[in-house]
Write a protein that binds this ligand. Structure first.
Ligand code: A2P
Length: 269
């Protein structure tokens, strides 16, 4: 039956910019990731974010900024999200299933891109919580390994269960057809918890200031001559990291003027 042409029945409005959910994975009761179809001809740089969301009750979409967690070459788009029980978007988004539709706006933007950094030797990707999402993209980006001799991803969370997504990314990196071999030599992940015992504990900022981070990894302390840093976490983490880096002579970069570090807030919290 063609509903749209049946008298008395309102036409079914297609959702603008809708993409179809292909898979959903719940990591714990606070975090989930999902994959959707990729809009035809949609291009982005690894590390960028887009607005995504669901139709609202009044017909106006509820949209939030989400980093794309898949690399630019992937046929699908991946997103990593927190579940906020009374959040306007994530209270509903956490209930999506395969075949459902999610709005994905196709205007990518953001500063956590390789183009915003000057050439360097070692790339640090510093994250807390869902701030790991843009780095999930960049750690699978071939250019990351062309440009840097060494790539270090740090993620700090309160609890062990919040580190599961990053752990899985690291495990799957070894099998990655494009970067697996290079990543095996160049990539390292350094994960810490702050409110539950784990192998490595403490805020990344404290571990930097005490020097323990560099001792553990066997690398020299941060130096603007060779280290490049990307930061994505809470506002508090971002500000503390900026202070630490600027005290060591690092300059903030942007798309228009590359520098020694770049920073972006982890969006969904
Ligand atoms: P802590 O447990 O000591 O607050 P949140 O869940 O609040 O966004 O925090 C995520 C992680 O980031 C937590 O492990 C938290 O540590 C850490 N964190 C919060 N603020 C800062 C900061 N200013 N510098 C470094 N780490 C931080």
């Amino acid at each position: 039956m063609n509903v749209a042409s049946t008298p008395g029945i309102a036409p079914v409005q297609p959702i603008a910019d809708a993409q179809t959910v292909l898979s959903v994975r719940h990591w714990d009761d606070r975090l989930f990731s999902f994959r959707v179809t990729r809009p035809a001809s949609f291009r982005f740089r690894s590390g960028e974010f887009v607005m995504i969301g669901l139709p609202g009750e009044n017909g106006k979409p509820i949209l939030r900024a989400y980093s794309i967690a898949s690399p630019f070459w992937d046929e699908e788009l991946e997103f990593y999200s927190i579940k906020v029980q009374d959040g306007p978007l994530t209270s509903r988004l956490q209930r999506i299933g395969v075949g459902d539709q999610v709005i994905v706006k196709t205007k990518p933007t953001g500063t956590l891109v390789l183009d915003a950094l000057l050439p360097g030797k070692r790339l640090w990707m510093i994250s807390t919580g869902t701030g790991v999402a843009p780095f999930a993209s960049l750690m699978r980006e071939p250019e990351t390994y062309e440009k840097f001799e060494s790539v270090i991803l740090t993620q700090t969370c309160r609890l062990n269960s919040e580190l599961a997504y990053g752990e899985d990314l690291e495990r799957r990196l070894a099998e990655d057809p494009l970067v697996g071999e290079e990543a095996a030599v160049k990539f390292r992940r350094y994960a810490t918890t702050t409110r539950e015992p784990s192998a490595k504990m403490g805020r990344i900022t404290d571990l930097m200031e005490s020097g323990k981070l560099f001792e553990d990894l066997g690398v020299p302390p941060l130096d603007p001559a060779c280290d490049r840093v990307m930061i994505c976490g809470s506002m508090a983490l971002n500000l503390d990291m900026k202070r630490i880096l600027e005290a060591r002579g690092f300059n903030e970069g942007a798309n228009s003027k590359p520098g020694e570090y770049v920073v972006e807030r982890a969006f969904v919290d």
